[in-house]
Design a binder for this molecule. Structure first.
Ligand SMILES: NC(=O)c1ccc[n+]([C@@H]2O[C@H](COP(=O)([O-])OP(=O)(O)OC[C@H]3O[C@@H](n4cnc5c(N)ncnc54)[C@H](O)[C@@H]3O)[C@@H](O)[C@H]2O)c1
Ligand SMILES: [Fe+2]
Length: 399
């Protein structure tokens, strides 16, 4: 019955998608392009942007060149560097306060998914001042144009620079949930590979596997995908297969960094319409309760979930495998693809499981995961409590 209701919802959602504009942001690309944002900001009427970043990046001095270039060009700049990994509603409110106090008129999100999501949520609260984060979460809670919004990713993973999602954790309950709204798609994505050159290998690995997860979940969901999303997902998988290990093994491999940035963007664009699936729904609970890095949760759960889906995803996985050059029957290609994901996890020292999962937390985790996935995500197999419990128990056993 659950499956039937979800599929009916998804049928209408698919029809609705023909009416919802899914923009692709304008992109500015190339090494050093982050230092040339003053003019594009002025063109959009921005005189005083809020730069949203995190403390780690501020300490590294990574945003300094950008801030300096804007000041030299005569813009006022306010920097908010208090975003935590897995940002909370409290982080968002602090950013809103700074934006208002300084009289900002635009935003630059600078960092990984955490600063980018936090900036999106700040923008949402600016245009929807009476709605707290909890009421913005879910589908279409914003539906107002954000102030001019530039996204500058410094990791190659979340694709938040092109997606309609902002994932925010409730600081009181630890519940992590998405605001999903087309107004959150940034106006401009700035892809400067120089910014990812200093990413430590462990973050390169986790964020790269997050991008893979976006592409694989969007492609195996397929219901909402148009030809564009299918093409984007395939391109992302092909690039990750070719370049992620290279970027991991040699961080200063410029070509690999650039191609991984492209892969993350394509994967983000693919799931903005195609949606993520049960891996994300389950993985968000691990980040919320135990602080597991998002990409680590995705990397570890992805092959387990794909094996649990079995024959339901065989053909679509075989198509992705083919992009990577695997050959054989559909069953052989799908199996080789899952084995490749497992090998990547092992070679990049990503966790094999999560021993910290507590028995008493599992019922809550199952509820959160179901609430996230059903009925919106058009997953290959609709899961209830039993399957999510099975996944969490397997992940704990493998840890
Ligand atoms: N909006 C979306 O569509 C979407 C999609 C997937 C994930 N997410 C969310 O994004 C968040 C995770 O983002 P993330 O994986 O990019 O990690 P992150 O933004 O949390 O960053 C992780 C760490 O990497 C550091 N870092 C970032 N760039 C660096 C660089 N160039 N050099 C050195 N250190 C650097 C940061 O300071 C931080 O300590 C999670 O909250 C997740 O839920 C959002
Ligand atoms: Fe993700």
């Amino acid at each position: 019955m659950r499956t039937i209701l979800c599929r009916i919802f998804q049928f209408f959602m698919k029809l609705g998608y023909y009416l919802i504009p899914v923009r692709t942001p304008e992109t500015i690309t190339g090494e050093g392009c982050v230092l040339r944002l003053a003019q594009p900001l002025c063109d959009r009427g921005v005189t005083h942007p809020l730069v949203v970043t995190d403390g780690g990046l501020a300490k590294l001095g990574l945003p300094d060149g950008l801030v300096e270039s804007l000041r030299v060009a005569g813009l006022s700049v306010t920097v908010y560097d208090g975003v935590q990994p897995n940002p909370t509603d409290a982080d968002v409110e602090e950013g809103v306060r700074l934006y208002r106090e300084a009289g900002c008129d635009g935003m630059i999100a600078f960092g990984g998914g955490s600063p980018m999501d936090c900036a999106k949520a700040i923008g949402a609260r600016i245009v929807r001042p009476r709605k707290p984060i909890a009421r913005l979460q879910g589908l279409f809670g914003v539906l107002h144009r954000l102030p001019p919004f530039f996204a500058v990713p410094t990791t190659a993973g979340t694709g938040s620079e092109t997606t309609l999602a902002a994932v925010i954790t409730d600081s009181a309950t630890h519940h992590k949930a998405s605001i999903n709204d087309p107004s959150l798609i940034p106006h401009v994505a700035v892809l400067d590979p120089a910014l990812t050159m200093g990413l430590p290998p462990s973050i390169t690995a986790a964020t790269g596997m997050d991008a893979l997860c976006h592409a694989v979940e969007a492609y195996t969901n397929h219901t909402y995908c148009t030809r564009l999303e299918n093409r984007m997902a395939k391109e992302a998988v092909r690039l990750i297969h070719q370049y992620l290990l290279r970027a991991y093994e040699n961080g200063s491999d410029k070509e690999a960094r650039q191609q991984m940035q492209r892969a993350a963007f394509c994967a983000g664009r693919a799931f903005t319409r195609g949606c993520v699936g049960n891996v994300h729904a389950a993985g968000h609970t691990l980040s919320a309760l135990y602080g597991v890095a998002h990409g680590q949760a995705m990397a570890t759960l992805l092959p387990v979930v794909l094996r649990m889906y079995g024959s339901k995803v065989q053909r679509r996985l075989a198509e992705l495998a083919q992009e990577c050059g695997f050959t054989g029957t559909d069953a052989e290609k799908a199996e080789a693809f899952i084995c490749w994901i497992e090998e990547m996890n092992a070679r990049m020292q990503l966790p094999s499981g999560f021993a910290m999962i507590k028995d008493e937390d599992i019922p809550q985790m199952c509820r959160w995961a179901q609430a996230e996935a059903n009925p919106i995500y058009p997953v290959p197999v609709v899961w209830g409590e039993k399957q999510f419990r099975n996944l969490f128990e397997t992940a704990r056993k493998n840890g």
